[in-house]
Write a protein that binds this ligand. Structure first.
Ligand SMILES: N[C@@H](CCC(=O)N[C@@H](CS)C(=O)NCC(=O)O)C(=O)O
Length: 206
C-alpha cells in the first residue's frame, strides 16, 4: 500500500500512527507530498478531488489500485486488514465522536494558522483566528474534563494524540493548562508509533 503523506499533517499522521498500532506499518510505503489550497499538487488531486492528504492507495481495485481518503476512512480500512483486536471498539459511536472532536481541533488549528501566519498579513482577519482558537481551547477543556483514554490505544486515542501533538508542534495553544490531558499526551508521545512519525517541516503555500 502507498500512503500519500505530509510530515507535518495531523491527519496524515493519524493514519500512519494507526497503521503502526495495528502492526501494518511495514506494509505501508510512505510518500511525502506538499499540498495546499494555494499550492496545488496535481498528483494528490489525481487521487483525491479535494487535493488533500492522506490518501491510501490499496492493492485492490481495477488494475491501478483504489485511492482511499480521508484519514478516518483509511483507519477503518486498515482496521479490517490485521488479525489483532479491533482498534475501533465495540462502542463505535463513542470512538467516532472522539475522532470528530480531534478532527475539529486540527481543522480549527489550521484555520487559526491561516489567520496568524499563512495568509498574507493585509488579508488576515483577527476575529476569525480568535474564534477558531476559542474552539481549540474549548475542545481541550472538554477533553481534560471528559476524556478517559483506554490503556490500549484505539482510534479515539490515536486521533486525539495526533491532533494535540500537532497543536503543540505548531504552538497554537498551550496544553500545560490541562494537566491530566498533557500528562497523558506526554506518555503517549513515547509510544513507538508516535516516535516513528515525529512532526517536521513547514507548510508550503506558494
Ligand atoms: N478530513 C481530512 C482532512 C485532511 C487535510 O486537511 N489535510 C491537509 C493537510 S493537514 C491537506 O492536505 N491540506 C491541503 C488542502 O487543504 O488543500 C482527513 O481527515 O484526512
Amino acid at each position: 500500500m502507498k500512503l500519500l503523506y505530509q510530515t507535518h499533517s495531523p491527519f496524515a499522521r493519524k493514519a500512519l500512527v494507526f497503521a503502526h498500532e495495528a502492526g501494518l506499518a511495514d506494509r505501508v510505503e510512505v510518500i511525502h507530498h506538499e499540498t495546499s489550497p494555494t499550492l496545488r499538487n496535481d498528483d494528490v488531486f489525481a487521487l483525491n478531488p479535494l487535493g488533500k492528504v492522506p490518501v491510501l492507495i490499496t492493492p485492490n481495485g481495477s488494475g491501478e489500485g483504489e485511492a482511499i481518503f480521508d484519514s478516518g476512512v483509511i483507519c477503518e480500512y486498515l482496521d479490517g486488514l490485521h488479525g489483532g483486536p479491533s482498534l475501533i471498539p465495540a462502542n463505535r459511536i463513542a470512538a467516532l465522536r472522539w475522532q470528530a472532536l480531534a478532527n475539529g481541533i486540527s481543522e480549527a488549528g489550521i484555520l487559526v494558522r491561516w489567520e496568524t501566519t499563512r495568509r498574507p498579513e493585509p488579508l488576515r482577519y483577527p476575529p476569525l483566528g480568535e474564534g477558531h482558537l476559542a474552539k481549540v481551547a474549548e475542545a481541550c477543556a472538554y477533553l481534560e474534563a471528559h476524556f478517559q483514554p483506554a490503556e490500549q490505544p484505539g482510534l479515539a486515542e490515536i486521533a486525539i494524540a495526533t491532533a494535540l501533538s500537532w497543536i503543540t508542534f505548531r504552538e497554537i495553544h498551550d496544553l500545560t493548562a490541562y494537566p491530566r490531558l498533557s500528562a497523558w499526551l506526554e506518555a503517549f508521545e513515547q509510544r513507538p508509533s508516535m516516535r516513528a512519525t515525529t512532526l517536521v517541516g513547514e507548510t508550503l503555500d506558494a
